[in-house]
Ligand binder design. Sequence first.
Ligand code: NCD
Length: 309
Amino acid sequence: MSPNIHLLGIEGMSSKQILKILKRSDFFLNVRKKRKLETLKGKLVINLFFENSTRTKASFEIAAKSLSAEVLNISVANSSIKKGETLIDTASTLNAMKPDFLILRHPNSGTALMLSKHVESSIINAGDGRHEHPTQALLDAAVIRRKKGNFENLNVSICGDISNSRVARSNILLLKTLGANVSIIAPPTLIPKDIDKMGVNIFSNLDDGIKKADIVMILRLQSERMNGTETPSRREFHHLFGINEKKLKNASKDVLIMHPGPMNRGVEIDSLLADNNERSLINDQVEMGVSIRMACLEMLYEIRKNLNE
Ligand code: NCD
């Protein structure tokens, strides 16, 4: 099998590969601000985003520029997609410009894989529907590794809208690969059907699901992917699943909380908790986003280079 020049998901990645990226991101975290690296000098990175994004898009751009690449941002609102062009036609047009990387975010699951079959550049999946968001899971793991050291027997509880979350899927795959115990906590209507096959513990009660947690990952209600019937109301969701300091009482005493953003303060997360730097890793996640994406760009670049030699 030829080495994979794309990063489409965590599925299929080994713990060795994952740990290599995490270690490399630590290196970038330290050097990024001190000096500009020239790894991707003369290379072109295109950010192709069919869904809104603040942190993911910005951090891919900063990561690529920190490695001296040229970056082109294409957002759907200003592109020919609004005029009815298909994804494949858009991709073929961009392919003709010979980018080295295409960073794709799309509302449909599986689009990153599909695109990888039509272009010559490396595709990085920046979130495809409910499917995967590999760089988010990698950056989350890099933050956890810095704080907790080890994944073996670490208890991670993921709470909120699991059904509609590519972040949850990628995180479950990654954390299980590295040996963590993963629990999910959600209303029964927001638990995906076959989730038990992923080896997680399933809870519909927050107190039970949070017991002994070392890390609690909090997810937003992704209403853009819902049909309006999945949850009773935001208020009720907040009441039963919204996390505040008090509701962490059953967790381990030095529990840390994470959120991929964007946050809905007062719904899935209490504002005071989000801003409590003793507990919250939210800013670390944003900062690590850049270093992880540098590590991923470098990894794929090295793979391509070795293939061409
Ligand atoms: C997540 C996403 O887009 O899947 N956000 C992100 O990339 N930081 C989570 C979300 O939208 O809730």
